[in-house]
Design a binder for this molecule. Sequence first.
Ligand code: ZN
Length: 278
Amino acid sequence: MLKNQRLLCLILVGLALACSNTKRGAQESSSELIRLYVFDVGEILIKDVSIFNSGETGAKLLTNSAYLIRHPKGDLIWDTGFPDSLTTIPEGLDSEMATITMSKKLEDQLSEIRLSPSDIEYLAVSHLHPDHVGNSNLFTEAKLLLQQEEYDSLFLGEVVNPDTDQLTASPFIKLNGDHDVFGDGTVVIKRAPGHTNGHQVLFVNLSETGPILLSGDLFITSKQRATRGVPIFNVDKDKTLETMNAIEDFLSEKGATLWIQHDPDQNETIRRSPQFHN
Ligand SMILES: [Zn+2]
């Protein structure tokens, strides 16, 4: 009897181990197949960086990036940079706040990795400011993933942004919170309001690089992150600070690295397409 009990016990332990291994194996394989490509889609010479963070002064050159996440269940483009037409103006465009330039078209960078915009299944942008949506009209076949407030403001302004005016034709999912894009926890849009009402950030669990979070404009520079500076044009200061705290907690909980999309120093350490992170 005792012998039988011991045998049964061994079988049960063996089954439990087999189950946990299978589960872990399935998660690993999904994460292992994800690739993240980073595209350079412009540079922004800010004339006075204190508009983002009162603790910083002077001019600052910021990066502008777009990202492609290739998952076994589909491709997601995150932010689309300045419009490709900016590449035809070598001196860039100058305004009171900044000079913006762009040397490589997003469409060319996609074709370099043998993709065209119509191959992409999902388009998500952190928010609708012009440095993040410039090439969105290329992706009208993709399903648009935006928070409700951001989606609703897309066509409501007095002047519709010509860079997004074709998105009326896009299939869409309006979000009211976090959204697990492929249903396996590897690519998750997180609601992060404050910069705009429907601002969002993107969590990606990469197997070698580890878990990362794409910041949108929740943080603009590393210094601003450290001092919790709030850009003067954010729609809601209190909500911004609340979101910053919640996202910092999330980063700690996941052991994830924040990728600050506009931060020039951090971007120097991040591979550009056609290389990728996995
Ligand atoms: Zn921005």
